[in-house]
Write a protein that binds this ligand. Structure first.
Ligand code: FAD
Ligand code: DLZ
Ligand code: SF4
Length: 514
């Protein structure tokens, strides 16, 4: 199978491009062309990476290799521990190209600006093909951006609903509203969550087991845990994951979308970001499954879920490609502190942080509100460099690819882009976390207090954040009430908050990791 000596087209398939029907395969001639897939050490170590993330990519890549070979395609596959492996994309492509003399090297556009630049620099004649996986092309997003320079998600989402004819009654939104946010802010209260149907478990087969052993052996110092690995690593498993979600968890997805609870890493979320981002699933089929709605989920759930897929997911991708490479360097709030070490270790006495970081360590995953309002928010309030927060995210989450992590992290959660992805910073006091979770009940701090020994660090840092960035945000209509409440605090209290925030900043960032 691998004994080829010359090929017409060498088609590269990167770890997040696992779709045998992608544009990279247009015109593929099984008799004359070959696929090249590479496990390379650089991609797993340019930042330290969670073992589960590395294993997910390699296991999915090896299964894809086997499926493509079974379909009659020649796949040259470089395993990580192959002694000939040069360790990075440029080295591996050059090594194979030297031997095979392809007329052309073809690749689907990578999901990471850095990788695109590497390929362009090393192989100026490489042919990039546009990624049909997404529902909004680069051109369509650019023309949206021209018509709507303020780039509001809501405008984009409505345009997508209309263009794709999803949840529409003629020109009006189904159910009479474009969103049902008010119905989607439930928390669990003292009785805790109802029974949550768990996602399916995909027990590792021989291919995945070999990967898990290799990751433990080759990356012993990488963060995170590999035990009980049961992620979907094939298209069939990804379909089963989607099916289980729409049957069992979609009905409560909307209502509890923003809720958090101790020991519950997933709640009613879908866990589909990984399979989607590796192209094991298409967004179109995910939307279709939600619209078929086999469990009769309420419209608020179906709409809330579809908004994430055709709205946010496509929107952040559009922003990424429209604004890169400058976007990565944005730091609108001048945040200059390094990422604290406890983001990797979870060693902190803040119960909300400890829980969310525990979810990341165990699953390489935390759901959206933990990413935004616990993990991201603490970094925002402390003033951590936005790109460092993104690097941490890239290192620890199984679903992180640059195009999606960067706008969400640097943009949405750190407001580093000055308001391109979100019109106001996602900043709230400990009271928000108290309302949406049970974390504060098990914490040594008091979410209502901003000063004093047992004051909640989130609350202290929240008021300090508003004060520090008053010139920028006090006139933002959406933050009016936050500033009205800040104005109620007298000068003495503000001075105490400032002093405590300064001390917290020093204490919490005294140890770093990257
Ligand atoms: P669900 O809550 O079930 O949502 C359904 C799907 O909608 C997701 O699978 C995802 O594909 C899509 N989606 C939802 N919100 C977003 C969003 N804001 N941007 C893009 N897609 C979205 N998502 C990633 O896929 N990769 C990332 O690296 C990533 N980094 C993030 C970093 C931060 C700081 C924040 C706040 C969000 C990030 N997100 C990222 C978006 C979102 O949090 C995840 O997509 C979601 O938590 C994945 O879990 P799920 O599949 O259970 O999602
Ligand atoms: C994340 C990742 C890892 C850990 N390893 C590889 C790899 O060995 N080979 C590969 O093709 N891709 C890997 N990836 C994904 C890349 O870092 C990057 O996100 C994609 O190439 C962007 O399209
Ligand atoms: Fe987090 Fe503050 Fe609540 Fe403790 S009291 S869990 S630190 S928000």
């Amino acid at each position: 199978m691998n004994e080829v000596s010359r090929v017409r087209h060498l088609v590269l398939v990167l770890g997040d491009q696992l779709d045998g029907g992608s544009a990279a395969f247009d015109g593929f001639d099984a008799a004359r062309d070959a696929v090249l897939m590479m496990e390379v050490r650089f991609e797993a170590t340019y930042i330290p990476q969670h073992k589960r993330r590395i294993a997910f990519f390699f296991a999915a890549m090896r299964h894809f290799r086997d499926e493509q070979r079974a379909a009659g395609r020649t796949v040259l596959y470089v395993e990580l521990d192959d002694p000939a492996n040069t360790g990075d994309f440029a080295g591996e492509i050059a090594r194979h190209a030297a031997r095979l003399s392809p007329e052309k090297i073809v690749v689907l556009e990578p999901g990471d600006w850095r990788v695109r630049e590497t390929l362009c620099a090393a192989f100026p004649d490489i042919e990039f093909r546009e990624d049909r996986h997404f529902l909004c092309s680069h051109d369509a997003f650019a023309s949206f951006a021209e018509k709507h320079p303020s780039l509001l998600l809501e405008n984009f989402y409505r345009a997508m609903r209309r263009r794709l004819g999803i949840l529409m009654d003629g020109d009006a939104p189904k159910g009479g509203a474009w969103n049902f946010d008010k119905e989607n802010r439930g928390s669990f209260g003292r009785q805790g969550p109802p029974l949550i149907p768990p996602p399916p478990r995909f027990e590792p087969d021989a291919v995945s087991t070999a990967v898990l052993e290799m990751v433990e052996r080759e990356f012993p110092d990488s963060p995170g845990r590999l035990d009980a690995f049961s992620l979907p690593v094939t298209r069939a498993q990804a379909r089963a994951e989607l099916d289980a979600f729409v049957r069992h968890r979609l009905p409560d997805f909307g209502r509890y979308q923003d809720a958090m609870h101790s020991g519950q890493y997933l709640l009613f979320h879908s866990r589909l970001s990984g399979p989607l981002n590796l192209h094991l699933l298409t967004p179109a089929e995910v939307v279709q499954a939600a619209l078929q709605n086999p469990a009769g989920a309420p419209l608020a759930s179906v709409e809330g879920f579809i908004r994430q897929i055709i709205g946010w997911r496509e929107f952040v991708r559009g922003v990424y490609w429209l604004k890169m490479p400058d976007y990565a360097g944005l730091n609108a709030l001048g945040a200059d502190l390094p990422a604290p070490r406890f983001l990797w270790t979870g060693h902190t006495d803040m119960n909300c942080l400890r829980n969310a970081i525990g979810h990341v360590a165990d699953h390489a995953y935390a759901h959206h509100i933990e990413r935004l309002m616990v993990l991201g928010q603490l970094c925002l309030l402390l003033g951590i460099k936005p790109y460092d927060v993104h690097r941490w995210h890239m290192s620890m989450f199984w679903d992180a690819i640059d195009w999606v992590s960067l706008p969400n992290t640097l943009g949405m959660s750190q407001h580093g882009d000055g308001g391109i992805v979100g019109t106001k910073p996602y900043a709230a006091s400990g009271a928000y976390i108290d309302r949406m979770s049970d974390y504060c009940r098990g914490c040594r701090y008091d979410p209502r207090k901003a000063t004093g020994e047992d004051a909640c660090p989130v609350t202290t840092l929240y008021w300090d954040f508003l004060e520090r960035h008053k010139a920028r945000f006090a006139s933002n209509a959406r933050m009016k009430y936050q500033y009205v409440n800040l104005a109620r605090k007298d000068a003495g209290e503000r001075a105490m908050i400032r002093a405590r925030a300064e001390a917290l900043r020093k204490e919490l960032t005294s140890e770093t990791f990257l």
